[in-house]
Design a protein around this ligand. Structure first.
Ligand code: HEC
Ligand code: HEC
Ligand code: HEC
Ligand code: HEC
Ligand code: HEC
Ligand code: HEC
Ligand code: HEC
Ligand code: HEC
Ligand code: HEC
Ligand code: HEC
Length: 290
């Protein structure tokens, strides 16, 4: 009922505004209200009301910060073609509007980022006009859904038995990535994969007396960050994981402990005897047994 009424009144108030405001604002431009919402509310009632709880409602530039100058639009009594319509813009042009205010901090490396280059825009992920309650960071969808909506392979990986607690809501994609771009590979928050892992698994950083070369080189030599079907996010199951590199094993190429006859060692997990696989601090830990 209320809605119907405002729809009926919309053209009327528009007319009043047109007649009443246009000549005045031509004479003294600064008299036009700068907090756009007050001008827009009569015609875009629901939009303006829904906008109230959002962070942009506090912004001094109001509606005009994004939709551009409103004089021509208001003077024309509304209608199409006189204000910026985001749906008619290319991804890059839509983002450019947001970047007039958000080109620092987490958004600093947007230009040339993988998302920018692939026509994903700010408004693919953010909705300045949310319906109902205002979501964190104005996200168009909850983060997990948002990201996995396009990254289907990552969704599949995260659904596997072994995964970090993203599904459980204890972590998010943005625990490791900045979707606005970073100067680092794969939009990681840290300079390398290993630095990323150390940021939470600090005990794997060392320093160790005895280092295991593939661990230092890249955690991804053995693990997958998103999910696998093997325990501990291992890419390959044991003992094949180790034998991929230590392939002298079957021919007895690794010394007495692992002669080809040593079925005992092969049939056990290598970790039973070499548990300190990420590195050892023990003076005699050179084979990661202690
Ligand atoms: C006098 C009534 C009126 C006022 C005041 C008014 N609008 Fe509009 N506006 C309209 C009408 C009518 C349309 C066309 C809607 C349609 O056809 O879908 C429109 C369309 C728009 C569009 C879409 C433009 C397009 O090209 O598709 C935007 C954005 C917009 N208005 C923003 C604003 C903002 C921001 C303000 C306040 C600064 C404002 N309007 C004030 C009536 C008004
Ligand atoms: C932070 C930027 C931003 C601000 C501030 C903003 N809008 Fe919007 N507005 C958008 C975007 C982006 C869309 C397109 C949303 C979509 O694609 O569904 C939009 C869509 C609209 C539309 C629908 C036009 C269409 O596409 O048919 C209207 C009307 C509108 N805004 C009015 C307003 C009014 C009135 C205000 C102030 C109360 C306002 N906007 C403030 C970004 C903004
Ligand atoms: C006129 C300047 C201006 C423009 C243009 C602008 N914003 Fe904002 N934005 C702000 C201000 C001010 C805030 C509130 C303070 C802050 O978080 O920095 C804000 C906050 C945000 C937030 C944080 C919300 C939160 O909950 O922390 C998001 C997300 C955002 N803007 C996205 C956008 C997007 C997307 C666009 C383009 C459609 C856009 N902004 C255009 C000024 C602007
Ligand atoms: C691929 C999706 C995606 C795109 C594209 C995207 N964002 Fe975001 N943005 C996010 C997510 C997710 C968060 C929330 C981060 C969090 O919860 O820590 C966020 C947070 C923000 C914030 C608030 C807090 C912060 O980190 O600064 C602002 C402001 C923001 N984005 C602006 C923008 C602007 C401007 C653009 C375009 C240049 C943009 N975003 C493009 C997903 C995106
Ligand atoms: C625990 C940290 C972490 C989390 C959480 C995480 N990622 Fe990643 N992601 C990585 C690492 C590390 C790489 C680089 C892998 C490599 O170089 O082999 C990566 C790579 C990617 C890539 C590039 C393609 C590829 O496989 O190399 C995409 C796309 C991606 N992640 C999307 C996501 C999405 C979507 C989410 C959330 C659903 C997510 N990631 C959560 C760490 C993480
Ligand atoms: C609209 C689709 C879309 C959404 C939503 C989206 N992405 Fe992407 N993302 C892409 C495309 C396209 C690429 C380019 C490479 C590819 O196809 O994997 C990409 C690439 C990436 C990469 C790899 C960057 C590199 O340098 O290799 C990461 C990491 C990533 N996205 C994370 C995220 C995260 C985190 C989110 C959620 C906040 C997200 N994406 C949401 C489409 C999307
Ligand atoms: C933002 C923090 C964070 C980052 C960054 C992170 N992890 Fe994790 N990781 C966790 C949490 C939380 C768990 C779950 C711990 C638990 O349940 O006790 C976990 C668990 C694991 C597990 C054990 C999984 C299992 O099945 O028990 C492995 C393996 C792992 N992470 C590897 C990595 C690797 C490799 C990286 C770098 C690509 C990484 N993590 C980056 C937080 C993180
Ligand atoms: C040479 C293969 C290999 C590499 C490289 C590797 N890991 Fe592991 N990781 C394993 C194995 C095997 C397990 C299972 C341990 C077990 O069975 O007790 C494991 C288990 C884990 C666990 C869970 C159990 C624990 O010890 O906390 C975490 C966390 C982990 N790795 C993090 C990392 C990080 C971070 C890196 C990079 C610095 C890394 N791993 C590199 C083989 C590797
Ligand atoms: C990606 C290849 C790779 C994988 C996978 C790998 N390693 Fe290694 N490992 C190496 C390299 C390289 C060295 C260093 C060899 C050297 O210094 O001669 C090494 C050294 C060792 C050593 C010490 C050998 C010595 O002579 O000092 C042991 C023990 C060992 N690895 C056990 C394992 C076990 C157990 C696994 C499975 C959890 C494993 N490795 C997985 C590449 C790998
Ligand atoms: C029953 C215990 C046991 C199991 C199981 C075991 N190892 Fe060993 N491994 C040893 C012993 C003992 C040595 C001799 C070195 C030492 O005493 O420190 C050794 C040495 C090694 C060395 C260094 C050999 C050299 O001559 O430089 C590598 C590499 C190695 N093991 C890899 C593996 C791999 C891969 C697996 C799983 C397929 C595995 N081990 C399973 C006990 C075991």
């Amino acid at each position: 009922m209320g809605k119907k009424l405002s729809l009926l009144l919309a053209p009327l108030t528009g007319l009043v505004l047109l007649v009443g405001v246009a000549p005045v604002s031509a004479a003294q431009p600064q008299a036009a209200p700068q907090s756009g919402a007050a001008v827009c509310v009569d015609c875009h009632t629901d939009t303006v009301n829904a906008f109230k709880g959002t962070p942009h409602a506090e912004s001094a530039k109001g509606c005009e910060g994004c939709h551009g100058d409103s004089k021509a639009h208001v003077a024309a009594g509304g209608g199409k073609g006189t204000m910026r319509n985001f749906k008619a813009l290319s991804a890059a042009d839509a983002s450019a509007v947001c970047l007039t205010c958000h080109d620092k901090g987490a958004q600093k490396h947007w230009a040339g980022s993988m998302h920018d280059g692939r026509n994903v825009s700010c408004i693919t992920c953010h909705d300045p006009h949310p319906q109902g309650s205002v979501p964190k960071a104005l996200l168009a969808k909850p983060q997990f859904e948002l990201c996995t909506g396009c990254h289907l392979q990552k969704k599949a990986a995260l659904m596997r038995s072994s995964h970090m607690p993203l599904r459980e809501g204890k972590m998010t994609c943005t625990s490791c990535h900045n979707p606005h771009g970073t100067p680092y590979p794969r939009m990681l928050l840290q300079v390398s994969v290993n630095q990323n892992c150390y940021s939470c698994h600090a005990e794997k950083r060392g320093p160790f007396l005895w280092e295991h070369a593939p661990v230092r080189e890249n955690c991804m030599n053995c693990h997958d960050a998103h999910g696998t079907i093997n325990d501990f996010l291992l890419k390959v199951k044991q003992p094949i994981l180790c034998i991929q590199c230590h392939n002298g094993f079957a021919s007895g190429g690794m010394g007495n402990a692992h002669a080809s006859r040593d079925r005992y060692a092969l049939n056990q997990s290598c970790m039973n005897c070499h548990p300190m696989i990420h590195g050892s601090m023990h003076p005699r830990g050179n084979t990661f047994k202690r």
